[in-house]
Write a protein that binds this ligand. Structure first.
Ligand SMILES: Cc1cc2nc3c(=O)[nH]c(=O)nc-3n(C[C@H](O)[C@H](O)[C@H](O)COP(=O)(O)OP(=O)(O)OC[C@H]3O[C@@H](n4cnc5c(N)ncnc54)[C@H](O)[C@@H]3O)c2cc1C
Length: 374
């Protein structure tokens, strides 16, 4: 007889942890399976740690709705549980006339998404707010912030544990098989291969989420679930530039990312990035040959920075649903009941703003799971 659980969550990144803490209920066995030795070692700890306002995404998309809702929830969580953050705001820059027109469009898009505190800035206003930045105009977002992502992960993890969720680290899910009203999930850990049975499977496996969806027999290609890896590298600026800016500063966005921007750590350290490069494999090394591209990109608005001021820092990888050159794809958060898999919830393509949206994604998935389990 197989061991039984009610809910099996695959992946202990911010999404799996937030969902675990949301769906935990007395007398319900909720288990999180994580292939690494602890939580949050992949995309959730390799990002810009920005609390996004929700400006860029198409109206009514999950990215827009869950980002705006998640941002509000996240600030409440940070306030209520001592998670470090700063609501310092961000400026999107226009460097030439074309980009000024683009800024106006971004302003309209943000307003439609419910980002109510955006303000267009003239060149004089921009210079007053950020004297070290060169630009023709700006768009100020007051509700953008930065946070200590490790504290957020730790908070979700501790809350889930307190509510009785069990964590199995060093445990990789290698098979999922539908067995009448349940699923047989096969895992590999240090002791070998074992299996258990569960009513609900939540696939929050980040960069592997398309492969996990495939394990349970879904036609991933047909469903449009195939992921493409898009690397984002960061370079740090030398410590003499600490407190160079008071806000995050972004160029007008590119297709695959937000453009190489200036982010700040909670300690005032300045970091440049991320870039957006499609890659074939997961490799977190920073390619030093990118340095010159970073330099040329930020030189447009940080005119006094020199090439030798940049040092490679770290990289993360976006699980993108769109292949190079393709247009916007939304988060996939689907209960696969209609596809013949009741109780299976797939979360695929949870790239930015996934960290910001995490508490809202957890609520969304929590509703699905509670409704299903009754
Ligand atoms: C460069 C970059 C910058 C970003 N910046 C921001 C930002 O500033 N603000 C923002 O809101 N968002 C940002 N994001 C997005 C955000 O980081 C992600 O949306 C979020 O971290 C996704 O979390 P996750 O839990 O889905 O994935 P992950 O953190 O990758 O977690 C998935 C987990 O699943 C585990 N797993 C995979 N396969 C298996 C298996 N078979 N068995 C068991 N476990 C398995 C993995 O080991 C991993 O721990 C950024 C992303 C990148 C790449």
């Amino acid at each position: 007889m197989l061991a039984e659980v009610d809910v099996a969550i695959i992946g202990a990144g911010v999404i799996g942890l937030a969902i675990a803490s949301e769906v935990a209920q007395p007398k319900k066995g909720v288990f999180v399976f994580e292939k690494n030795r602890t939580f949050g070692l992949e995309t959730s700890s390799r990002n810009s740690e920005v609390i996004h306002a929700g400006i860029y995404y198409p109206e009514d998309s999950l990215k827009a709705k869950l980002c705006v809702e998640g941002r509000g929830l996240l600030y409440e969580l940070c306030d209520g549980h001592g998670i470090g953050y700063k609501k310092l705001g961000k400026i999107i820059l226009a460097i030439n006339e074309n980009e000024v027109t683009q800024l106006e469009k971004i302003y309209e898009q943000g307003s439609k998404n419910g980002v109510e505190d955006l303000r267009l800035l003239s060149q004089t206003e921009l210079k007053k707010l950020e004297p070290n930045i060169e630009g023709r105009a700006g768009l100020l977002s007051l509700s953008t912030g930065i946070l200590d992502s490790y504290s957020l992960l730790k908070f979700f993890y501790s809350q889930a544990k307190e509510k009785g969720v069990e964590f199995a680290f060093n445990t990789e899910v290698i098979g999922i098989e539908k067995a009448r009203t349940k699923y047989k999930v096969e895992v590999r850990d240090r002791d070998g291969i074992s299996a258990f049975s569960t009513r609900v499977v939540v696939n929050a496996a980040g960069l592997n989420s398309d492969k996990i969806a495939q394990l349970d027999g879904l036609d991933v290609a047909k469903a449009g679930y195939k992921l493409h890896y898009c690397k984002g590298e960061y370079f740090s600026l030398s410590s003499k530039y600490r407190h160079l800016v008071s806000r995050l500063v972004y160029p007008t966005p590119e297709q695959a990312g937000h453009g190489i921007h200036v982010t700040l750590g909670l300690d005032g350290r300045v970091r440049l990035g991320p870039n957006a490069r499609y890659v074939d494999a997961i490799d977190y090394r920073v390619d030093e040959t990118q340095k010159e591209i970073f330099y040329n990109s930020v030189k447009r608005f940080l005119t006094f920075v020199e090439l030798e001021d940049l040092e490679p820092e770290f990289a993360g990888i976006r699980p993108k649903l769109q292949a190079p050159g393709e247009t916007f794809r939304d988060f996939i958060i689907t209960h696969e009941e209609k596809a013949g898999f009741p109780g299976l919830v797939n979360l695929i393509g949870i790239e930015s703003p996934g960290l910001t949206a995490s508490p809202a994604i957890a609520r969304h998935v929590g509703k699905i799971v509670k409704e299903f389990l009754g």
